[in-house]
Design a protein around this ligand. Structure first.
Ligand SMILES: *Cc1c(COP(=O)(O)O)cnc(C)c1O
Length: 361
């Protein structure tokens, strides 16, 4: 007899992240994980170095200073903020606390993959609702709700499609969703959105007892390697997360870096202006070259090559030039590649390579 995990664990394939190497190519440009164009803010780098001197001390398990800094920056009550080892950890904690065996979790067909993977290992039945135009379908999501449904996840903007639901639609989703279904608004790309009719989730968390907003330092703040995320939640849900959270789930360097990143002058404004401009350039150039680029509100664009074979050929063409983007067959979109918006130079190299590709293939 051998030890066996719960059966639901074996139903899950391990997560495969964006690649960072191409054999035989020296200079690699990694545009496969939406990591922000500029690396970490300088103040965060200094804070990490400083924190390393105190590495023997346990961190503040309550993340008090960080929650206060987040609260001050976004105008939120620190008592309703919970920090995590990346927002992935918060998504897991919510699924373990509110889902599990015998429950259902609803997401959109091309929603963020971690909801599916985590939901399945936790034992939930995961229901993927078809999208319209690669955008979450509110009516379809509502129609999928059954007696066992306990969780609904919406990445807004969504990764990898880049699509967004405007505030009126998210409000309708919450209004028509049963009260005992927790709605998790994953706003990992919120800072990049420039539309006025968008809210990252704060309004709904304030107005309802069953909505949570998740945020991350991994994208616009360029700190994916530090693993830092946070959520804003009603008091009863904060209490539940406090019970399932590891006592020191966020490390000291990450907390110090997060506080410094929030204080970095002009960082978000600079990053958003850059992203909007460069994403526009990519869209315009590739569209002019006859490729389809899905509209995106994030720091990435989904480029549609019409067929899986052509997307594969485009991926090989980019790789030969050291450009690593993300193949999307795992998301059921094998005809597309997701390209992170990098620096102006990196973006120009992607544009050149794909315009060149569109001429030959
Ligand atoms: C990148 C990403 C996350 C994960 O963020 P971490 O804080 O690094 O765990 C969560 N949700 C979406 C939609 C993402 O794209």
């Amino acid at each position: 007899m051998s030890v066996m995990p719960r059966p639901s664990i074996l139903s899950v394939e391990p997560y495969v992240g964006g690649e960072s190497k191409v054999p035989g190519v020296n200079r690699i440009i990694k545009l496969s994980s939406n990591e922000g164009a500029f690396g970490p803010p300088p103040g965060a780098v200094a804070a990490i170095a400083q924190a390393s001197r105190e590495a023997h001390r346990y961190p503040d398990g309550g993340a008090t200073a960080l929650r206060e800094a987040i609260g001050a920056r976004f105008g939120l009550d620190p008592a309703r903020i919970v920090c995590g080892n990346g927002s992935d950890e918060l998504l897991s904690m919510l699924i373990v606390a509110y889902g599990g065996e015998g429950t259902e979790l609803i997401m959109s067909a091309h929603g963020f993959m971690m909801y599916d993977l985590t939901g399945r290992w936790a034992g939930c039945r995961v229901i993927k609702v078809p999208e319209r135009n690669l955008t979450a379908d509110v009516d379809g999501m509502l129609a999928a709700v059954g007696p066992r449904t306990r969780l609904m996840f919406l990445a807004n903007p969504n990764n990898p499609t880049g699509s967004i639901l405007l505030q009126s639609e998210v409000e309708r989703l919450r209004r028509e969703l049963r009260d005992d279904v927790l709605l998790v608004l994953d706003s990992a790309y919120a800072e990049y959105v420039t539309r006025p009719d968008y809210d990252p989730g704060v309004k709904l968390v304030d107005a309802t007892p069953n909505t949570v907003m998740c945020r991350t330092f991994s994208k616009i703040f360029g700190m994916g390697g530090m693993r830092l995320g946070w959520c804003y939640a009603p008091p009863a849900i904060v209490d539940v997360l406090g019970r399932v959270r590891g006592p020191f789930n966020v490390n000291a360097a990450a907390m110090a870096a997060g506080i410094a990143a929030l204080a970095e002058p002009g960082w978000v404004e600079m990053s958003v202006a850059h992203n909007t401009e460069q994403r526009g350039r990519l869209e315009a150039a590739l569209t002019a070259a006859g490729l389809k680029v899905w509209p995106s509100e994030g720091n990435f664009s989904l480029v549609d090559f019409g067929s899986a074979e052509r997307a594969k050929a485009a991926d090989a063409h980019l790789r030969a030039r050291g450009l690593i983007v993300r193949a999307m067959s795992g998301y059921g979109l094998p005809q597309t590649l997701r390209v992170t918006i990098g620096t102006a130079e990196e973006n120009a190299l992607v544009i050149d390579a794909l315009v060149d590709f569109s001429r030959v293939a």
